[in-house]
Design a protein around this ligand. Structure first.
Ligand SMILES: O=c1nc[nH]c2c1ncn2[C@H]1C[C@H](O)[C@@H](COP(=O)(O)OP(=O)(O)OP(=O)(O)O)O1
Ligand SMILES: [Mg+2]
Length: 203
């Protein structure tokens, strides 16, 4: 088994999964490769519930093992917002620039030490005939006052990663993939994924 399906339409996430799995010789396919599949409604109240909805909906449609990713930004001074509503924080249609601007506006005047935040990523693994399970990962940082950098996606330009001393969007893909919430969640899947990929083979 050298292929894994991720239930995402987000090209930024797709690139990161491709990058991380490529080093293990695994090809990634996403919903961008399956345009005919149904929209997944993100009606859950937690990242884990939404990741499970994505993984199970697509796993049922394809009859294969599928990983769902639901992720977002949690800002302490905003009582955890935008949280599970990160993608559409500034309304429909979802727009990264509008979302980051809204967070910056809401944090105007909030001093640096109160601008703490974290990225959160829940991954759900759905396999036909088996119980879905989830793992999660976080990445701690704080919200800048102005966007910096052009790499990555989403809130990366306004997220300062203290361990690197730069904004997430100033990191190379390699560097982000060592410290990100997504990478930290995926790492927890490492030990189980190999055996799951084998047991899902042929499904
Ligand atoms: O590494 C990241 N760096 C910056 N921003 C990020 C990251 N990871 C998630 N985010 C933000 C983007 C989006 O505003 C929301 C995810 O929302 P989320 O519903 O999980 O993804 P989505 O709607 O973009 O694609 P999909 O549901 O098809 O996977 O959090
Ligand atoms: Mg979404």
């Amino acid at each position: 088994m050298n292929e894994v399906i991720i239930a995402t339409k987000n090209p930024g996430k797709a690139r990161e999964f491709e990058h991380i799995f490529a080093s293990r010789g695994i090809t990634v396919r996403t919903l961008l490769d399956f345009p005919e599949l149904p929209e997944v409604e993100e009606t859950g109240t937690t990242f884990e519930e939404n990741a499970t909805l994505k993984a199970e909906t697509i796993s049922k449609a394809l009859g294969k093992m599928v990983i769902g990713d639901d992720s977002g930004l949690i800002v302490d001074a905003l009582e955890g917002r935008p949280g599970i509503y990160s993608a559409r924080y500034a309304g429909e249609p979802k727009n990264d620039l509008n979302n980051t601007n809204k967070v910056l506006a809401e944090l105007e005047g909030v001093p640096e030490e109160q601008r703490t935040a974290r990225f959160y990523c829940a991954l759900a693994v759905a396999i036909p005939g088996q119980e879905t399970f989830t793992v999660s990962g976080t990445c701690e940082g704080r919200i800048l006052e102005e966007p910096r950098g052009t790499n990555g996606f989403g809130y990366d330009p306004v997220f300062f990663a203290p361990e690197k001393g730069v904004a997430m969007a100033e990191l190379s893909a390699d560097e982000k993939n060592k410290i990100s919430h997504r990478a930290n969640a995926l790492r927890k899947l490492d030990s189980v994924l190999d055996s799951k990929l084998e047991s899902a083979e042929g499904k």
